[in-house]
Design a protein around this ligand. Sequence first.
Ligand SMILES: Cc1cc2nc3c(=O)[nH]c(=O)nc-3n(C[C@H](O)[C@H](O)[C@H](O)COP(=O)(O)OP(=O)(O)OC[C@H]3O[C@@H](n4cnc5c(N)ncnc54)[C@H](O)[C@@H]3O)c2cc1C
Length: 408
Amino acid sequence: MTGRLVIVGASLAGLRAAQAARRAGHSGPLTLVGGEEHLPYDRPPLSKDYLVAGDDGPEDPTYRTEDQLRDELELDLRLGTWATGLDAARKVVELDEGALEYDALVIATGAAPRTLPGASELAGVHTLRTLDDAVAIRAALDAGARTVVVGAGFIGSEVASSARKRGLPVTVLEALPVPLVRAVGEEMGRACAELHRAHGTELRCGVKVTGLVGSSSSGGTVTGVALDDGSVLPADLVVVGTGVTPCTGWLAGSGLRLHERDGGIICDQTLATGLPGVYAAGDVAHFPHPLFDGLLMRLEHWTNASEQGMLAARNALDPAEAKPSASVPYFWSDWYDSRIQFVGIPAADEIRVVSEELGEDKFLALYRRGDRLTGCISIDRPAQIMKYRRMIMKSATWPEALEFAGVT
Ligand SMILES: Cc1cc2nc3c(=O)[nH]c(=O)nc-3n(C[C@H](O)[C@H](O)[C@H](O)COP(=O)(O)OP(=O)(O)OC[C@H]3O[C@@H](n4cnc5c(N)ncnc54)[C@H](O)[C@@H]3O)c2cc1C
């Protein structure tokens, strides 16, 4: 296709889409539209090294300079520009600065964090999605903030771990009795939670937050978090990590099929949305995974956004040769000095710990669905987990996986 390729969302999936389009030989106009003023940057460091880095300050997470993007990709880069609508019949993306025509469109608008009522009125309350969020949280940690994290998911847990590395007192509040149940299952959620306790972070599960407390005498700054037992936990910094919602508000009325629970874009295996020339990729996209019986999933993983960005662009440019999005899901998360890694999907009939060291800091566990190996989690077992990823790719059976693990 030599027509106009437009990509909305200038982060990981969007950037990879642009790079893949040029690599595939696309010579037509290529436009990347991003609402943030920043050049595309890497998000994973924002909850990790960025918050911990010492006197020299954190590393710049930007992927490519503006010159590199314009010169290498011949990119029409529209930063600080929001897409406000999609007219699929006329093949036009409406922007806050005017209309943009396309022949093929990749939507990579990702997801935005949910927050607590009243959060925007109080200084010191943050979510963590953007570089600007990370700058603000880092400044609060520099000032020695007593930190309360609401939500013991991956981002909240990484923030807690970064604050502890700086020697600050941290409490993590989790509404569920066990954290991360949806992401890794109950037993493994409990095992991950042990990492908090072992590093001096106070983890309180089964606790409901009823509100944020602020002092008008301190200029509308947060002073604590109110809990359902009537107590108030003192805080100078509150980081809300209670999940994200796909950024699809701008697509209302476009005719795109949106997921009824979270509003993400429903695609087919090739990431096509069903509207002519329109594809989606990354955190915003639901797709039926061919390796898991067509189970519809939306992943919030770096590797998925990178791979799907590339795939969506290639498929949009050459729909006749479109390939499915079929790689085994993978994410990692760094807590304290440990790396948690997960491959596959967490929904399981059985989870079997296959290393002896559970209770110490390292372990590996396998997930079974029916008679197949469908997932694997590890703490500090990077080489092993990738072997299981390959086994899942090859649809290994459960007995094969157990034999490989040396378990009978
Ligand atoms: C702090 C943090 C740490 C993470 N750590 C890990 C990790 O350790 N391991 C891992 O696997 N994953 C991690 N992730 C997840 C990973 O970064 C995401 O999966 C990835 O960024 C998704 O990329 P994306 O391009 O799909 O969406 P996003 O990165 O969300 O980018 C979407 C972009 O689109 C823009 N946008 C939205 N709406 C519009 C609009 N209407 N018009 C124009 N632009 C718009 C947004 O402003 C944003 O810049 C982390 C995420 C965060 C936030």
